[in-house]
Design a protein around this ligand. Structure first.
Ligand code: GLU
Length: 479
């Protein structure tokens, strides 16, 4: 159990809507902070001005909040180590870059794009990996003067000391890199802005981040970052790299598998609480083997020991199942309210709140995502229903069906339309009366005539909600 002050962060780049992978990383950081009474920090990595957009910053805020991952410090709420947007932190990068230049851990590199391309080309011809030659490391004053007068703008390069670098990843275990294969890296671009590997170190250092929990796509960056910490003579934080999230076909999760942004999932009607529950089990497992849990319950049980270093598979079927569980457990008024935004095409004012609750409750067993609600309740709206030919052929046109409908119409005269229990009882009587016909000969034509479907809500609920006039009309239309 960590004893220091736990400070963890999520550092998304606002170049797109919040991706499920980033959301899972955010969640694991949040859980870690919750478990060990730490702080969870949101930092926006927007140094790449061309790819960053304010609308994505907003989407990141909204998506994290939607799934309940509130942050203790961040661009909107501030904090001791503000600002929390990289674009506003230039002074820190300048300061530390100057420090590294002064201590000799970094140097100006004046190489042009063409010169670097030529080095790369040579490496290719010689069939070796390109490693920057370091030729600007020991330039004479004259040479530097010459570059300046040519109008060249230098980058700042960090000298990577060649060595075997080991670190203990809290999820992956001991990892060793040969830094000789890296070559000196650019830390400040020629326009004066920092590169990712530099900015991330400076921010994590300044913000006193204790643990860096992130996706394993960043493992290869880690040695570079550790070397920068070492050059600055400061303590290196702990690293924990999460296995990737893969699609069920084991390829990288992408648009062709479905939604990839948290906001897309939420818009489709995955309940935020179901979605966050699902995310927690992408790579973590509960010691009690149970999977339906609130974030607080998960936080209590959470530890990095139970995080798998293998890839996690994003099982859409499992997400659907979990969403169904949450949908079935929601208080009905809450569910009805959440369904409201998917029912825009209907005039809801024709029903009272309790009737709407009844309607939604009657179909919720079949509801997987909230955006399916509109189709599931369609027959409760409007005067008539469409019945497709196949269903007509199968259950409505036989003489036997016509007889059932005619008898039902007569029987339904005396239904107690406001009392579902009574309708159930009256239905039982109707079935008695129709013997020797079996329920499967009696119910399908009635259901088809009333709903245009062969399955759906409890018929007594449908009859009660539709009321006598519409029941009569829909049955008569099929006599
Ligand atoms: N901006 C980086 C990303 O979104 C952050 C990486 C890190 O956590 O160090 O992948």
């Amino acid at each position: 159990m960590p004893t220091q002050n736990i400070r963890v962060r999520i550092a998304p780049s606002p170049s797109g809507n919040l991706h499920v992978g980033t959301a899972r990383t955010a969640l694991f950081n949040w859980l870690y902070a919750k478990k060990y009474n730490g702080k969870f920090i949101l930092r926006i990595e927007d140094t790449d001005a061309e790819r960053s957009e304010e609308k994505y910053v907003q989407n990141i805020f909204d998506s994290l909040k939607a799934i309940g991952l509130n942050w203790d410090e961040g661009p909107d709420v501030g904090g001791e180590y503000a600002p929390y947007k990289q674009s506003e932190r230039q002074e820190f990068y300048d300061k530390y870059s100057a420090k590294l230049l002064e201590s000799g851990h970094a140097y100006y590199c004046w190489c042009t794009q063409e010169e670097l391309e030529a080095e790369k080309e040579l490496a290719k011809q010689e069939k070796r990996d390109f490693i920057y030659s370091g030729k600007c490391k020991n330039l004479s004053a004259d040479q530097i003067e010459k570059y300046k007068t040519e109008g060249r703008k230098p980058v700042v390069r960090f000298s990577i000391p060649p060595k075997k670098l080991k670190f203990n990843d809290l999820i992956k275990g001991e990892i060793e890199f040969d830094t000789a294969l890296t070559g000196d890296i650019v830390i400040m671009k020629s326009n004066g802005t920092p590169t990712y590997n530099f900015a991330v170190v400076i921010d994590d250092l300044e913000m006193k981040i204790s643990h860096i929990i992130r996706g394993e796509d960043h493992i290869s960056n880690t040695p570079k970052q550790i070397l920068i910490y070492e050059a600055l003579g400061v303590e290196v934080p702990q690293f924990a790299h999460l296995g990737m999230i893969l699609a069920p076909d084991r390829s990288k999760l992408s648009k062709r598998h479905g939604a990839t942004a948290v906001s897309e999932f939420i818009n489709q009607g995955y309940l935020p609480e179901a979605f966050v529950n699902f995310l927690a089990f992408l790579g973590w497992s509960s010691p009690d083997g149970e999977e339906i849990k609130s974030p607080e319950e998960i936080a209590n049980l959470f530890s990095l020991d139970r995080v798998s270093s293998n890839p996690a598979i994003f099982e859409f079927d499992k997400l659907n199942w979990m969403n169904g569980v949450y949908i079935r457990n929601l208080p009905i008024r809450d569910l009805a309210q959440r369904c409201g935004k998917y029912l825009g095409k209907y005039d809801l004012s024709c029903y009272s709140e309790s009737q709407l609750d009844l309607i939604i409750d009657s179909v919720r067993k079949n509801l997987v995502k909230l955006d399916e609600i509109s189709d599931l309740v369609s027959y409760f709206f409007g005067e008539d229903v469409n019945i497709d030919n196949e269903l007509k052929q199968n259950v409505l046109i036989s003489d036997e069906s016509k007889k059932v409908l005619a008898d039902f119409l007569e029987f339904a005269e005396n239904f107690d339309y406001n009392n579902i229990e009574k309708i159930h009882e009256q239905f039982d009587k109707f079935r008695e009366r129709m013997k020797p016909l079996k329920p499967k000969q009696i119910m399908p034509p009635i259901r088809a005539a009333l709903t245009g479907l062969n399955h759906g809500a409890d018929l007594a609920v449908i009859i009660s909600v539709l009321g006598k006039d519409r029941v009569t009309k829909r049955i008569k239309a099929n006599l």
